[in-house]
Design a protein. Sequence first.
Lengths: 325, 380
Amino acid sequence: MGRVVLVTGISRDMGRRFARAAAGDPSVDRVIGVDVVPPRGDLGDVSFVRADIRNPVIAKVLAKEDVDTVVHMSVIATPGSAGGRGTMKELNVIGSMQLLAACQKSATVERVVVKSTTTVYGSSPRDPAMFTEDMGPKRLPSSGYAKDVYEVEGYVRGFARRRPDVAVTMLRAANVVGPHVSSPLTNYFRLPVVPRVLGFDPRMQFLHEDDLLRVLRHAATSGVPGTFNVAGDGLMTLSQAVRRLGRPSVAMPRMAVGRLGATMRQARFSDFSPEQLGFLTYGRGVDTTRMRTVLGFEPEYTTAEAFADFCRAMSPAAREGAGRA
Amino acid sequence: MPEPRHSGEEDAVVIPIGTGGRPGRGSGSARPSAAARNLAPTPRKSSAGRQPGPRPATTDVRPSASAPEDAGRAEAADAAPTTGIPVGDWLSAAQEAAHEVFGDDWERRLAELMAFVRRRLEGDYEVDDYGFDRELTERFFMAALRPIAEKWFRLEVRGLENIPAEGGALVVSNHSGTVPLDGLMTMLTVHDHAHRFLRPLGADLVFRLPFVSSLARKSGATLACVEDAERMLCGGDLVGVWPEGFKGIGKPFSERYKLQRFGRGGFVSAALRTGVPIIPLSVVGAEEIYPLVGNVPSLARLLGVPYIPITPFFPWLGPLGMVPLPSKWIMEFGEPIRTDSYDPAEADDPMLVFNVTDQVRETIQHTLFDLLRERDGVFS
């Protein structure tokens, strides 16, 4: 008998694409997608259940469908898409809590895969060059996406402690780029003129969207427990990225970039978040040794190749199609 | 602009010095300033045919009473900007200049330079995990530092054979000079003489400051923390540390060449854990480049920096005070202190770590005293 996979956050592009890819996997029997709003694209063989993970209904879904693998992808980074920071926080934190509570009660769940992010490490001048999975942020995140993820990770660790029989895999993905990705960082690179912080050249690591789908599928089917950094090989600096992109950039003092970001956020022009300012100042690098040795996953794209693919999609011919989707 | 001199009203001799109110050397504008026009003598015999310009009274003040060939030359000079130098002359001059700058195989060198510029502009270069930009460091930073080391500080290097040709090693040096120039000079020395890149470990202040942080990362530095040190040493890099830190470079001139506390020995435990040799480095001469005689602690606290230096020259002479004094430098790499005989687990033994730290510190201190006895004078 194949596995029954429940995917949360299916209304968003990556969630939907992962669910479809998982449905195509021979070891997977059925895929159930859960979200508050129905997905826009084609779902294929995935059955959609309209449920809010913020309330206990999700426990009934788990029990009724005999779900044994839960892939939690609905921790969102953009307050704009959720309808404000308050809703976003509730979706992320309360939603994750409810989902984990349901998993804890469930007798069928064997694996839980949580898509986390390297944003949880923060960005500061005291950071080591490469974060390993055992390290935490040098300064606890005080707001926004980073704080949500930090809290969600705490709940996931608590769940793993209480249910040692469930294999919990936490994937800390580097910034995902690709032709279809709409994240604060890709929207930043889509700005007509890219603002940079004067005097700083942060290091960045990227993960291609296809690699994210592959690693989630790998984790869901292999069930290796643990926390893993997932990123393409190598690093790029922001100045390098901007030059490869061929966009004009303007260097401004840190304060001015923050102010500009806040203005753009208020104008709903871009999802420029405060923690992104730290990233654009100090950058971040993560060590992916454990991803190879323990998880047994090898990304197809290096950081440079992933970004090159993103650049290709940004070329003038493709730009009309992609827009700010 | 020098004031044009003219001897008499009637003789109207050739004006020997000055530009006579026309735009002179360095004025940069085509039109003379009002002051210059006032200074210029008005021409007494204006020859209308020679001055068709809109400002006949002021533009040309060369007396027409001078020799006819003078007038001819003046006309040629006036005409020069309009006709210009022939294109062929420009080309040959450019070719000559390229030959002068790049040497005999200037065409290849110029093509290389253009390729370099293109790669930089298109972002087509690699950085390593720490943000180290090898090409930029070799082509730009090292080239900029080399004349300072060779011409200004007349750097003398000893004990180069103690730097291993490959594999991880930890260079531990004394720190001095108010501004960490000794670190830059050590990086250059290791690159030029040992043909390896020294990867310095810097304080977190370095990575907090704009410009400094991106330059530091690009030239191969990383944060002085146990994680980064061990990662670099494991990767077989030659790592440089200055364990005195700000206590070392910011110490008063009266305490020169007295080693400060060597941190908490974190560098020793990193070396013990990775089993790499520790190479003590003693630098003499860096103490004298900016003699630190005072500090403004309140302002330093306000700005969040460890000290605001006051030297005999610095705030008083402005930017000129920032020129380091041309002291003569001696760098001596000491015999490596091996750590591979210890067990990596012994890195957690504080007593052993303190002992090795002291051993390194004593070695550097004694070498410093020896070098000081040896040198004839600070600037010779």
